[in-house]
Design a protein around this ligand. Structure first.
Ligand code: GLA
Length: 440
């Protein structure tokens, strides 16, 4: 549990040493630390584009004039832990200096600075699974060799990391960046088949929690913020607040500080929930196939594709506007290039994330003979979602069992003793209900 700067600051120069101190203060002031949000993670852009001649990462000297050690010291002095970001490729996704070939040097730097968490991304690296596993293992071993406990979080945006995840890291990203509701749907659908790979201390990571601040680089509605939080709790996912922290909307704060939902997330049984009822279509994970041989998350790939397509369009226009023989030759090359780029963009557009018109019920077993149940409506119309006898059976419950049902989001008991069909009516576009079923 913690906070990550990416959806709050992106690469803004405002992400600097003073801001990190203010963020640490804010986490304590809001009481987030007491609830378990302990990691303050700096994402991409804390570092320069170039490594030193010795291959070391260089903190941005304007943003972090005294380097990272004092930043870590301050964060620690507030009882929190510091996370940093790097990448297994030759550049980060935002084109800053990265770790390929320098794993040992960078791990030593992280340990010397007092870093407690490393998010290791996957841009500008080979798309082959073997190479990815080997590169991630290099950094795992380098971190272990430092002797400092550093939580290692892989970020390869693909479900195929899950079977290997626990041998490489503490958490592994399974899908695209959650920067809109459609990507949250994609993350949930991707995660539904990966529960068996998670265990206490080793988690499928469907990405950060996205807030509702409309001035943030990406945001949801407050209702969707609530639903993402409930689903992340049931999926035993890392809870990393990835939105405005210094000016968090009151509704987001209320969502993220709901101790009963956090208790589901942190339940020591550590079991990831599964869908026990669904009318959603079969789902095949998108994974990061689109940028082979380069590994790239969908949104970053789209950004670079737009740059490529614009360049190709300008060059094609210039070449075809010229008349004489040499430009005509250039036109022959550039015109097909433009067509290929347009086709590629078309493929990306066709495969863009979308939300299906459907509903699901997820269940997670908890300690003390209890279960958490999340009902969710992805459709664009309100829906009644029912956990019928088959659904109850999938949870291991049967009709007539004596239970107490509690609505965790609203903090009230739903009076029911002999268990019957459970049903709830949900609003359109991502409404949900999170219940705790306690066997009596
Ligand atoms: C990728 C990751 C994001 C973020 C950015 C930073 O897109 O998936 O979470 O770290 O890179 O550039």
């Amino acid at each position: 549990m913690g906070y990550n700067t990416w959806n709050d600051f992106r690469c803004s120069p405002d992400m600097n040493a003073a801001a990190v101190m203010a963020l640490a203060d804010k986490m304590v002031e809001l009481g987030l630390d007491k609830l378990g949000y302990r990691y303050l993670n700096l994402d991409d852009c804390w570092q320069l584009e170039q490594l030193t001649p010795a291959g070391e990462l260089q903190p941005d000297p304007v943003a972090f004039p005294d380097g990272m050690r004092p930043v870590a010291d301050y964060v620690h002095s507030r009882g929190l832990m510091l996370g940093l970001y790097s990448c297994r490729g030759w550049k980060t996704c935002a084109f800053r200096g990265a770790s390929a070939g320098h794993e040992a040097t960078h791990a030593r730097q992280f340990a010397e600075w007092g870093v407690d968490y490393l998010k290791h991304d996957s841009c500008w690296a080979s798309g082959s699974t073997e190479v990815a596993f080997a590169q991630y293992a290099l950094m795992r071993d380098a971190l272990n060799a430092t002797g400092r406990p550093i939580l290692y979080s892989l970020c390869g945006w693909s479900s195929w990391y899950a079977p290997q995840g626990a041998s490489l890291s503490h958490s592994w990203r399974i899908s695209a960046d959650c920067d809109e509701w459609a990507n949250i749907y994609v993350a949930i659908r991707t995660n539904e088949q990966l529960a068996e790979h998670a265990a206490p201390g080793a988690f499928n990571d469907p990405d950060m929690l996205l807030g509702s601040a409309v001035d943030a680089p990406a945001h949801l509605t407050p209702m969707q913020v609530q639903s993402q939080f409930s689903m992340w709790a049931v999926m035993a996912a890392p809870l990393l607040i990835g939105s405005r922290l210094l000016s968090m909307p009151a509704t987001d704060l209320a969502t993220y500080t709901n101790a009963e939902v956090i208790a589901v997330s942190q339940d020591v049984l550590g079991v990831q929930g599964r869908p026990v009822w669904s009318n959603c279509p079969q789902y095949d994970p998108l994974d990061n196939w689109w940028m082979s041989p380069w590994s790239m998350p969908f949104d970053v790939c789209c950004m670079w594709s737009r740059v490529l397509a614009t360049t190709a369009a300008i060059l094609t226009g210039m070449a075809t506007a010229c008349r004489r023989p040499a430009p005509r030759c250039a036109g022959l090359v550039l015109l097909p290039l433009g067509i290929v780029c347009a086709l590629y963009i078309g493929v990306l557009w066709y495969h863009r994330p979308h939300v299906d018109e459907c509903q699901q019920v997820w269940a997670r077993p908890l300690t003390g003979k209890a279960h958490a149940l999340c009902f969710i409506n992805f459709a664009s119309e309100p829906a009644r979602v029912v956990c019928d006898a088959n659904c109850l059976e999938a949870i291991g419950l049967s009709k007539g069992t004596a239970v107490q049902v509690r609505d965790l989001v609203n903090g009230r008991n739903v009076s029911m003793h002999a268990l019957d069909v459970l049903e709830v009516t949900l609003n359109a576009d991502g409404d949900s209900a999170l219940w705790r079923i306690q066997l009596l």
